[in-house]
Ligand binder design. Structure first.
Ligand SMILES: Cc1ncc(COP(=O)(O)O)c(C=O)c1O
Length: 349
């Protein structure tokens, strides 16, 4: 059974709990040993996902981190370089996996709103010389988490893809929240996917599944990816129960992301109206970063603790900064309660 909720949990869209309907679907899933190719529900999820993204094939993996790692391992050799935005997830929140697993270096590029600067990116592609590292991959993140869930517009992604291909780079899209990008921008998800050779996205974030990510690409890439997944210890057995949650999430929860975005906008506008906080990044989707800019008003960890006393969980991200993320476990009333709690915290000085 789902435990009764203790807090309004705005730490991350990974904090959703499976609904009774999702659990029912999981309980009823047909399963088999996937190493033997016997799990029909995993096969169904992989087929459904490939069609949804407009790619030839897809692979179910345990996490977004594993999907990114497999994509990098397949497109590089140790010593190569991968160009990423300086905010890219593997640079900050994958425990150094790129160095440990692929033996590659990341090259950081800047760019407004999480959009990689195209000319700067091109400037980092190494010429072909025996004393230089080889640039093998460009990784694009959409939405860009650390830029406040910003959407990278599809025309920018197309330009990046063309420029990267002119240098024979493999392009990987870390689309952990690509459905948020699609819903917020009205761009079909296939159009984003067409701007990359491989695409990963997470079932376990705003879509509400308890676990799992998908890696999509050509049949040949996914055939190889299966072996790499085994090498990383990620081969599944009767995981159709988990795949069933993923299928349910894709069939049921994409439309609901629009409500998450609306709630994030309501919260961010109210935060700005208090006049003591700033919102450093425009709120395109479900992620809000805020900074306390007025002396004497709590920020960072102190604000996180004060919110917790009000029954609200959020993440301190810097000495004055806090992050909120909306998701399908958050209601309009929760947002109202959070706004009122912030008002009380400011008033209590
Ligand atoms: C942009 C991005 N990529 C990848 C990941 C990794 O996903 P996971 O936590 O499933 O490893 C995350 C997780 O927050 C993310 O935000």
């Amino acid at each position: 059974m789902t435990k009764e909720r203790q807090h309004i949990d705005l730490r991350s869209d990974t904090c959703t709990l499976p609904t009774p309907e999702m659990r029912q679907r999981m309980a009823e899933a047909e399963v088999g040993d996937d190493v033997y190719g016997d799990d029909p529900t995993i096969a169904q999820l992989e087929k459904y996902t490939a069609e949804l993204l407009g790619k030839e094939a897809a692979l179910f993996v345990v996490s977004g981190t594993m999907a990114n790692q497999i994509a990098i391992i397949l497109a590089t050799r140790p010593g190569d370089e991968v160009i990423v935005h300086k905010y890219a997830h593997p640079a900050h929140h994958e425990a150094g996996a790129v160095g440990a697993n692929a033996g590659v270096n990341l090259v950081f590029v800047s760019g407004e709103g999480g959009c990689i600067d195209i000319d700067e990116m091109e400037g980092f592609v190494r010429p072909d010389a025996h004393y230089l590292a080889q640039t093998s991959m460009l990784m694009v993140e959409n939405t860009q988490n650390m830029a406040g869930g910003r959407v990278v517009p599809v025309d920018h992604m197309q330009k990046l893809y063309e420029r990267a291909k002119a240098h024979e780079l493999t392009v990987h899209l870390d689309g952990a929240r690509i459905f948020n990008a699609s819903v917020a921008s009205g761009t079909p998800v296939q159009d984003f996917a067409a701007c990359a050779d491989t695409v990963s996205f997470c079932l376990s974030k705003g879509l509400g599944a308890p676990i799992g990510s998908m890696l999509c690409g050509s049949k040949e890439t996914i055939r190889k990816a299966r072996r790499t997944r085994t090498r990383l210890g990620g081969a599944w057995r009767q995981a159709g129960m988990l795949a069933a949650a993923g299928l349910y999430a894709l069939e049921t929860n994409i439309g609901g992301l629009a409500a998450d975005h609306r709630r994030a906008r309501v919260l961010s506008e109210a935060i700005e109206e208090f006049g003591v906080f700033s919102i450093p990044h425009p709120v395109d989707t479900n992620i809000i970063f805020m900074d306390t800019v007025q002396e004497g008003v709590l920020g960072g960890r102190e604000l996180e603790a004060a919110l917790k006393r009000e029954g609200i969980l959020a993440n301190a991200v810097s000495p004055r900064g806090v992050r909120f993320v909306t998701h399908l476990g958050i209601t309009d009333e929760d947002i109202e309660h959070t706004i009122n709690a912030l008002g009380r915290i400011i008033a209590s000085g």
